[in-house]
Design a protein around this ligand. Structure first.
Ligand code: SF4
Ligand code: SF4
Length: 192
């Protein structure tokens, strides 16, 4: 679920992946009442991200202002197809874009940091921790870093449960397999 997988997805992006995004959108459009478990899991993921947000914010505010290789570039502003399961579960709208400027700064980046609430950032953003950020987090007083690690593990487990449940539900509702490798690719969609 790291940023590397998102970049890889962008490189491999093709019509098949657009179809994956469309299938996910359609299933939420046509079968939302059958997806209550998925929606509940997404709400839990959202709460889990909100739990780790203050600790991350505290540490990014220490390390990011002095960074000379800012990781927030525009190609990271897109959701993976996997992210769309979560995003559509939350009832959010996304827009599809065909062209990606791989070098431009991310459109959501401001002088105050990311303008998106952490809970709706692409997972590649939320699961990426550079060395400086790790160093800062590990130096946090008391048990803060260990508590964060525990919360992150719970979050990872919940995310995997969400994806697996969706794949099972997708097969039940459509008779088709949802391939994990397609879910890992970019949807070329981002929040409006
Ligand atoms: S997370 Fe790391 S790489 Fe990204 S802007 Fe902050 S310090 Fe730089
Ligand atoms: S969405 Fe936010 S965290 Fe992700 S690359 Fe853009 S500014 Fe950075």
């Amino acid at each position: 679920m790291g940023r590397i997988s998102v970049i890889k997805g962008l490189e491999n992006s093709n019509q098949a992946h657009n179809n994956t995004a469309r299938h996910i959108e359609e299933i939420f459009g046509n079968h939302k009442s059958d997806l209550n478990e998925i929606i509940d899991l997404s709400q839990k993921v959202k709460k889990g991200i909100q739990v780790i947000d203050p600790f991350l914010q505290q540490n990014t505010s220490i390390v990011c202002p002095g960074c000379n290789k800012v990781c927030c570039i525009d190609q990271h502003s897109y959701y993976s197809c996997e992210d769309l399961i979560y995003i559509y579960s939350l009832g959010l709208e996304v827009q599809e874009c065909e062209s990606i400027d791989v070098t431009a700064p991310c459109r959501f980046l401001s002088s105050e940091g990311c303008r998106l609430e952490r809970a709706v950032r692409p997972s590649g953003c939320n699961w990426y921790f550079c060395d400086s950020l790790y160093d800062s987090m590990e130096k946090s007083p008391g048990s803060a870093y260990y508590d964060f690690n525990d919360s992150l593990q719970e979050l990872t487990d919940l995310w995997m449960e969400l994806v697996n449940e969706f794949c099972c539900k997708f097969k039940k509702l459509t008779g088709n397999e949802m391939r994990i490798e397609d879910l890992m690719s970019s949807s070329k969609r981002r929040i409006t």
